[in-house]
Design a protein around this ligand. Structure first.
Ligand code: FCB
Length: 450
């Protein structure tokens, strides 16, 4: 069998996020997060699930690092829970919260695994939500102050930092359609939140660089390629609109220091308040860009839809639609990476998330023979390899996710893990899936079967 080899320094990783795995939602002085509040409200989450216990990673951290070691993981991407560190969002620091991440980082380093930390993977402090959350301009300063506290404790040992994970989702699922915490349905607030997320990012990058910490800082965006359904100009315009809304609304301020004019005109009446100097703060040089890739979409004109368009999943020949309703489209990954590299002057890229949930059955022992996930990952790794061949400066790949976890509004129904977690078991027994063994081989050989 032939193999596609990856560049020598390529990093293979896996990712998780604090609220999705930690549990211990009110232990050791942790404050309430917007996801704690949201999941305890009726009808927000499928089956009424919450992250109160989740994978109980807070108490299984050592076991989880041992599993990572077994997998041969080179880097672990996790996120830090803001209210675990600052229970009220600002001011008082909870040392037990900081200690948890301190121990995790030391454990990873002792094991030879590079920590990669995200400051905001959505579990925002409820105390600050009560003051307007990301819709309040002060959120940029709240976030920078939180980042400072975390950097002071951990920046000497964490070589890679991301400010936000998928700010699009924070703004538009959290404040736009309200399907995610904090559950606000106002596109005007979503746009304002977008701007403040940008500002928080820019200020934090500035701070990190000013202090001369030894590592790198960047951001993680969810990006996707969009194709028009037909060559009818109305469909073509719809595809351009959705691309501006999801990709350029985030890429342009960061890499060009401006919002896309056409989109702002389209959003007339909802556009955010921007102060003099903001765009310069946002347009900071960053050390890497993290790309989360899950799907490609086809757009068409629809007079009744939001932004007068509708989308449907794009599926590559021979592939299907996943349990989450996402079309499997490995070719879209190559396309996306080559496209953004062409459109922007970019720092090195990482795939910071990619993975799938296919509802593959668990046997009596807890084992999952997830050939579907293996096929999915193989095809996406090949697509990433092809992008590298085409000149894309891709430095690493993080599989979502290390283990099954709390999948936001879908609770525990969707299983993205390389490791099965039994959520009915108080001990949350972990069992590596077939894909775990397969990925171990990929990492070991730094190559993917062609
Ligand atoms: C991404 C999120 C991540 C996970 C995957 C499936 O949008 O960043 O937390 O839920 O989707």
């Amino acid at each position: 069998m032939t193999h596609l080899e990856f560049p020598k320094a390529f990093t293979w990783g896996a990712a998780t996020a604090s609220y999705q795995i930690e549990g211990a939602w009110k232990e050791d002085g942790k404050g309430e997060s917007i996801w704690d509040r949201f999941t305890h409200q009726p009808h927000r989450i499928l089956n009424g699930d919450t992250g109160d216990i989740a994978c109980d990673h807070y108490h299984h951290m050592l076991e989880d690092v041992t599993l990572m070691k077994d997998l041969g993981l080179q880097s672990y991407r996790f996120s830090i829970s803001w209210p675990r560190i600052l229970p009220d969002g600002t001011g008082r620091v909870e040392p037990r919260g900081l200690d948890f991440y301190d121990r995790l980082v030391d454990e990873l380093l002792n094991t030879g695994i590079r920590p990669n930390a995200t400051l905001n993977h959505w579990d925002f402090p409820q105390a600050l939500q009560d003051k307007g959350g990301w819709a309040n301009r002060a959120s940029a300063d709240w976030f920078t102050d939180y980042a400072r506290v975390v950097f002071e404790k951990l920046a000497d040992r964490i070589p890679q930092w991301a400010t936000h994970n998928e700010p699009f989702v924070v703004a538009f699922s959290g404040y736009g359609d309200g399907s995610f915490a904090p559950g606000i349905a106002s596109y005007h607030q979503a746009l304002q939140a977008t701007h403040h997320l940008h500002l928080a990012h820019g200020q934090t990058v500035q701070l990190y660089h000013q202090f001369g910490y030894p590592g790198e800082i960047g951001i993680v965006l969810n990006l996707a390629p969009f194709k028009p359904k037909t060559d009818d100009p109305a469909d073509v315009a719809a595809a351009i609109r959705i691309e501006m809304f999801i990709n350029q609304l985030f890429m342009d301020p960061i890499f060009k220091g401006q919002y896309p004019d056409e989109l702002m005109a389209w959003l007339d009446g909802m556009t955010p308040e921007i102060q003099d100097g903001d765009m310069g703060v946002i347009n900071q040089p960053i050390d890497f860009l993290g790309v989360n890739y899950y799907f490609s979409q086809i757009a068409s004109f629809n007079p009744h839809g939001l932004f007068k368009l509708k989308t449907e999943p794009k599926v590559d020949p021979g592939w299907t639609i996943t349990d989450k309703g996402w079309g499997i489209c490995p070719s879209g990954l190559t396309e996306l990476l080559t496209q953004i590299q062409e459109d922007y002057t970019l720092p090195p890229l990482y795939i910071t998330e990619n993975g799938t949930a296919l509802g593959e059955p668990v046997d009596d022992t807890g084992f999952v023979n997830d050939q579907g996930r293996i096929n999915y990952l193989r095809a996406h790794f090949q697509a990433a390899h092809q992008a590298i061949q085409k000149g894309v400066d891709l430095r690493g790949y993080y599989v979502w996710s290390l283990m099954d976890n709390f999948e936001w509004a879908e609770g525990y129904d969707l299983r993205f893990g390389l490791i099965n977690v039994n959520f009915n078991d108080p001990e949350r027994k972990r069992t590596p899936k077939a894909s775990f063994e397969w990925y171990r081989d990929v990492i070991k050989h730094n190559a993917v079967p062609a």
